[in-house]
Design a protein around this ligand. Structure first.
Ligand code: IMP
Length: 427
């Protein structure tokens, strides 16, 4: 048995959905522990494409228990739409459970997200506009509404009355905006609560019991290390903790119970939203990666910014998350490039630095120092064994592993479930 945490080692969109889906076949439980429907996973299973935002990717297997932990923020409307979509596609959602401690994204959070972004003007974060930041803000300010209150009409009426009065005052008096109608919102959310009630269960108990029973557990992170509220490129970050430590906090499990941490890294790097990005390519190579990798956001459809692999970032991710292994995804996207660059250090104000800087001011002045690797021409999407990869592709992976200081356990060579090379047994 093993408990495995999967995290994004870059700025999100590393292909966690596909790796989770792949590893989920050997897991009994798949648990999400942070973020909300700002995430977007595309999973291709049996030739069909599924886009998931909130529900753990393990849902595509009928025998897996999928859990949403207390660290997640959940928009009931999105949740219900997503489960209805899955049911229509013949996927069972019977084993899906949500923690009663999970916080709810309310309509005023979406409105506040939009207002905040507009107010920031040219300094906007480029959020997904899903109300994530304001929902976590309310959680920390202790005015949030949790699933426990949502499913109890009396509690909901009480909490919502107080919160909405304050929000409406803010909207009308400070933001030149309109107020929400309390009765209307209460009715709608009571109805959501009743629909969600069958899904509510104590996730901490379920996970800890499963650990005691020696079952395999997969903690599925959303976003990536550099979007972490504490360890990311603040303030161009999300409002939750995509790092591995959050798997414990976001589900109610002690750190001693985690066996392995896997960092997912694309064979290059992408980023959506604003903020400095040292290896960003604004040339034909960047275009090539965007086109070949189909780098457009699953949630917002925005074109992703693309750049060369950055080992300063992967070493940082290895340290912050305690990575045991790397999963390198989308290696096939690099096929056809004459040469491939890897950044191993930065030039900052005339000095060479090898550690990721703390401030975005410093990061925006960092110039990548590259090592050049020869590319390969062959199509690798049908390869299933490491030794069958072109020699230059193997050398590239070895270099990534050496510079990151982490062994590679999984390689992705295409979007399909089977387009995965498994080098280590993780369970
Ligand atoms: P928020 O999470 O919507 O508040 O957005 C904050 C920042 O995180 C923005 O730069 C978003 O583009 C980024 N972000 C949020 N979720 C994801 C994701 O799943 N993948 C990549 N970037 C994300």
């Amino acid at each position: 048995m093993a408990t495995v945490v999967l995290i994004g080692a870059q700025w999100g969109d590393e292909g966690k959905g596909k790796v989770t889906d792949y590893l989920a076949r050997n897991a009994d439980l798949v648990v999400r522990y942070q973020g909300g429907n700002n995430a977007g996973h595309t999973v291709v299973a049996d030739g069909r494409e599924y886009k998931l935002h909130l529900i753990p990717s393990g849902i595509l297997y009928s025998d897996k228990q999928c859990l949403i932990g207390n660290g997640v923020v959940l928009d009931p409307q999105v949740f219900l739409r997503e489960i209805n979509g899955l049911i229509e596609q013949g996927i069972s959602v019977e084993k899906l459970k949500i923690s009663p401690r999970t916080h709810v994204i309310m309509p005023y959070h979406l409105k506040m997200d939009a207002i905040d972004e507009e107010r920031r003007g040219t300094n906007k974060i480029g959020t997904t506009g899903r109300g994530i930041g304001p929902a976590y803000t309310d959680k920390a300010s202790r005015v949030g509404i949790r699933i426990a209150e949502l499913v109890d009409p009396e509690s909901l009426a009480e909490v919502l009355e107080n919160v909405l009065a304050e929000k409406n005052q803010l909207f009308t008096e400070y933001h030149d905006s309109t107020a929400f109608d309390y009765k209307e919102m209460l009715e709608t959310y009571i109805e959501y609560g009743q629909k969600l009630a069958p899904f509510v269960a104590d996730v901490s108990i379920l996970v800890n019991d499963a650990i005691k029973e020696g079952r395999n557990i997969l903690f599925e992170g959303a976003q990536g290390t550099l979007l972490d509220l504490d360890h990311g490129t603040y303030p161009y970050v999300t409002s939750s903790h995509p790092v591995a430590a959050a798997a414990c906090l976001g589900t109610g499990v002690g750190p001693s119970k985690i066996d392995k941490v896997i960092g997912i890294a694309k064979a290059y790097i992408t980023r959506v939203g604003e903020g400095p990005f040292p290896t960003e390519l604004n040339d034909e190579n960047g275009e090539y990666l965007r086109r070949e990798g189909f780098e457009f956001g699953t949630t917002t459809g925005r074109p992703r910014r693309c750049g060369w692999f950055d080992a300063v970032i992967s070493r940082y991710a290895a340290r912050i998350n305690g990575l045991d292994y790397l999963a390198v995804t989308k290696l096939d996207v690099l096929s056809g490039l004459e040469k491939i660059l890897i950044c191993n250090e930065y030039q900052l104000d005339g000095k060479v630095i090898t550690e990721f800087p703390t401030t975005i001011k410093e990061l925006s002045r960092c110039k990548p120092v590259y090592q050049e690797m020869p590319g390969w021409k062959e199509d690798i999407t049908k390869i299933r064994k490491l030794e069958d990869l072109p020699a230059n592709a193997r050398k590239y992976l070895e270099k990534i592993s050496e510079l990151s200081g982490v062994p590679v356990a999984i390689i992705g060579v295409g979007p399909g479930r089977d387009q995965t090379l498994m080098l280590k047994n993780l369970y």
